[in-house]
Unconditional design. Structure first.
Length: 267
C-alpha cells in the first residue's frame, strides 16, 4: 500500500511532513482501513455489527468496507430514525447496504452490556461485534501497520479520541522517537489509562502524565481540545479555513484541525 507524505510549506521554522492516509481510499481512508482490516478478517464472513452516531465516520467507513467485501452489516445508531433526512453519513451507509437500527440514547449507553447484545442477536442473528470507533485489539493490531514503510521521524503527532490509533503507533515506533498524542477530549486521564491498559499486551512502555513541558517517548497533550470532543470555536474554524487554503489538505474540526492548530508556528 502506497502512503503519500506531503511536506508543509507553510511551517517554515521546522520540517513537518503529513502522512496522507486520507488518500488511501475515498470511503475508508485515514485510520479507518487499519482499524477495520483485522476485524473484518476475524469476522470470517459473519454479519458485522457496530455502533455510532448520525455523523460517525466509523459507521460510514464500515458500511463502505463491508459493501466492498460483500458482507452484511448492522449499524446501531444513537437517536431517532428521522435523523436520516439530515445525515449524509446515514444516507450513504444505508445506500451501501448497512441495516440501520436506531436506539434511544439511554439504550445506547448500554452498548457494552450483554443484555443489549443478546437483544440484537435475537433480532439479527449471530454477528461479529466491532466496538464503537473500531477500538479493540484488532483495531490496534491494524494501526501498528500505519508506520510500515514510513521514514524515521524524531517526533510523530497523532490526534487522539480513543486509545486505538495512538496505541498502535506507539507499539510500532522506535524508542528514540517521541510519539505525541493531541487529545481532542476535555479530560486526558481516561485516555492515558486506556493507552496504559494496552501497554503489556502490545509490548510498549506505559505513558506518563504530561508535566513541566517534558516530552517523553510517549506523551499526551491536552490543552488543545477546544472544549471537548466535537466541540469547536470560531478560532479553530478560522484556523481550519486558513490551513486548508495554504496547504491544500482537508481537515476536520473534530480531530485534525486541533492537531495542526497545536503545531502551528507561534507568531
Amino acid at each position: 500500500m502506497k502512503k503519500e507524505i506531503q511536506h508543509l510549506s507553510s511551517y517554515r521554522n521546522f520540517q513537518i511532513d503529513v502522512l496522507r492516509l486520507d488518500l488511501i481510499h475515498p470511503f475508508y481512508g485515514g485510520n479507518k482501513y487499519f482499524k477495520l482490516k483485522y476485524n473484518v478478517q476475524k469476522a470470517d464472513g459473519k454479519t458485522i455489527t457496530t455502533f455510532g452516531g448520525a455523523h460517525s465516520n466509523h459507521i460510514y467507513s464500515t458500511a463502505a468496507f463491508c459493501h466492498e467485501q460483500k458482507l452484511k452489516c448492522v449499524g446501531v445508531i444513537r437517536g431517532e430514525e428521522a435523523m436520516i433526512e439530515n445525515s449524509p453519513t446515514l444516507q450513504f451507509s444505508k445506500h451501501q447496504g448497512m441495516h440501520l437500527h436506531f436506539v434511544s440514547r439511554e439504550i445506547y449507553r448500554t452498548k457494552t452490556e450483554q443484555e443489549l447484545l443478546n437483544d440484537l442477536k435475537k433480532e439479527f442473528g449471530d454477528f461479529y461485534l466491532i466496538p464503537e470507533g473500531g477500538n479493540n485489539d484488532e483495531g490496534i493490531k491494524g494501526c501498528m501497520e500505519i508506520l510500515d514503510e514510513v521514514p524515521f521521524y524524531d517526533y510523530m503527532f497523532c490526534a487522539c479520541g480513543t486509545s486505538c490509533t495512538y496505541s498502535g503507533i506507539l507499539a510500532s515506533s522506535k524508542k528514540e522517537q517521541k510519539i505525541i498524542g493531541i487529545s481532542v477530549l476535555k479530560g486526558e486521564n481516561q485516555l492515558i489509562n486506556d493507552v496504559n491498559a494496552n501497554a503489556t499486551k502490545f509490548n510498549f512502555e506505559k505513558i506518563k502524565a504530561y508535566s513541566s513541558g517534558k516530552i517523553d517517548h510517549s506523551t499526551i497533550l491536552n490543552e488543545f481540545h477546544f472544549g471537548g470532543y466535537a466541540k469547536h470555536t470560531q478560532e479553530l474554524l478560522n484556523f481550519k479555513k486558513e490551513f486548508e487554503k495554504d496547504n491544500n489538505i482537508p481537515l476536520d474540526y473534530v480531530y485534525t484541525s486541533k492537531l495542526f492548530c497545536r503545531l502551528r508556528p507561534h507568531k
